[in-house]
Design a protein around this ligand. Structure first.
Ligand code: 3PG
Length: 401
């Protein structure tokens, strides 16, 4: 694939897809290392006098973090040390007139791509290239740069549609991350431990299946939503949490997960204790998740997981293992990350929340093999899948426009 080293961008309007999908608390988008990473390519292109039009998504429809990108423009301004102007439109007249006015070296951030139905249309790249969204923006630009490695496993319009119509290039993050992941994925020494947590159980289940069925890992330590689903699959009572899992649509994998846990149970570890908030709002621990909503693994689970990590030679961490943003529920994630930091295992980790947790707990990144901005994209790659955004860039490199 081509990179921005191959792009003569001076005076050109360049669409730059980044991934600054950030943690959102009470409507406030938190700063995250993804902003710093994304700033590199944006700043470089602006420095080379391109007219930089940035595209990004935030959250998923229906979730509390599905918000406009106004705050993201402020955070990108901070990290690029240049003004990033925001427009609350993606391909309507407001957006197009801002693009038309953009001077060389200036940066514009368009609205959350997922606010528009065409972005998440399930269709192949050739079809997505024919959406009004992609066709309109492509007709106002001369090149497309994809720097959203952490969204590279999504075949969405803003990621795979533009390379059908515009010469396309990998940004710095995309090129660096893809090279690093390709290098490490095949070279993991045994025993290999995967630690899976966070709030995206579908991605985690995909990796669990691939790892177990292809003997890619020796221990599969679960936590977060996938941990809760595995516990149900083992026949444990999760109390009211089960209803929440059903409402969120996460429980739909349960029938398949039950069969999977029966077959591969020996490798799968689930939490044996949990932390919850007692009536005074203070952390308390319990052996059963049936009584109260749980927010972290308990201390016995954390100790057990840390012990397995210490004996391993390679670790992949897709965390966090609990609601680490809240001080009373940070200890599970802290203990697991500290165990990885002090182990001799080669470690690979990723995801927006993981990067934030590394900062929060002061983990020495030199002790970590590779820290990726990506969670799901790394999972997809480790699961043996092709990444649609990478395929689109590779196809573009062979194409004449
Ligand atoms: C991420 O945060 O992993 C990426 O931005 C992809 O987000 P998604 O899982 O909502 O597609």
């Amino acid at each position: 694939m081509k990179t921005i080293d191959d792009l003569q961008c001076e005076g050109k309007t360049v669409l730059v897809r980044v991934d600054v999908n950030a943690p959102v608390t009470d409507g406030v988008a938190g700063d995250s290392p993804r902003f710093k990473e994304a700033a590199e390519t944006i700043r470089e292109l602006a420095g080379k006098k391109a007219r930089v039009v940035v595209l990004a998504h935030q959250g998923r429809a229906g979730d509390a973090d599905f918000i406009p990108l106004k705050q993201h423009a402020e955070l990108l301004s901070k990290h690029t040390r240049k003004r990033v102007k925001y427009v609350d439109d993606l391909f309507g007249s407001k957006a197009l007139s801002e693009i038309g006015r953009l001077k060389p070296g200036k940066i514009l951030l368009l609205e959350n791509t997922r606010f528009y139905a065409e972005e998440t249309l399930a269709a192949p790249p050739e079809k997505l290239a024919q959406t009004i969204f992609v066709k309109t923006l492509a007709s106002h630009a001369q090149a497309f740069v994809n720097d959203a490695f952490s969204a590279a496993h999504r075949g969405q319009a803003s990621l795979v549609g533009f390379p059908e119509l515009l010469p396309s290039y990998a940004g710095r993050v995309m090129a660096r991350e893809y090279a690093a992941i390709s290098k490490v994925a095949g070279a993991m020494e045994r025993p290999v431990v995967f630690i899976l947590g966070g709030a995206k159980p579908d991605d985690c289940f995909k990796l669990l299946k691939y790892a177990a069925e292809n003997n890619k890992a020796d221990y599969l330590l679960t936590s977060g939503v996938i941990g809760e689903l595995c516990l149900i699959a083992e026949g444990k009572d999760m109390g009211a949490k089960r209803q929440w899992l059903e409402e969120k649509g996460y429980a739909k994998i349960l029938p398949e997960l039950e069969a999977f846990v029966k077959k591969h149970g020996a490798k799968i570890k689930t939490p044996v204790d949990f932390a919850y908030k007692d009536s005074d709002g203070i952390r308390a621990e319990t052996d059963s998740a049936a009584g109260a909503p749980v927010f972290d693994i308990g201390s016995r689970t954390a100790k057990g997981y840390a012990e397995i990590i210490r004996r391993s030679r390679a670790v992949y961490f897709k965390g966090p293992v609990g609601a680490y943003e809240q001080p009373q529920f940070e200890s599970g994630t802290r203990i697991v990350l500290k165990a990885i930091e002090s182990s001799h295992a080669f470690s690979l980790m990723g995801g927006g929340h993981t990067m934030n947790a590394l900062e929060k707990f002061g983990i020495n990144k030199k002790k970590i093999g590779h820290v990726s901005t990506a969670g799901g994209a790394v999972i997809a790659f480790l699961s043996g899948e092709k990444l649609p955004a990478i395929e689109a860039l590779e196809k573009s490199a062979q194409k004449t426009y």
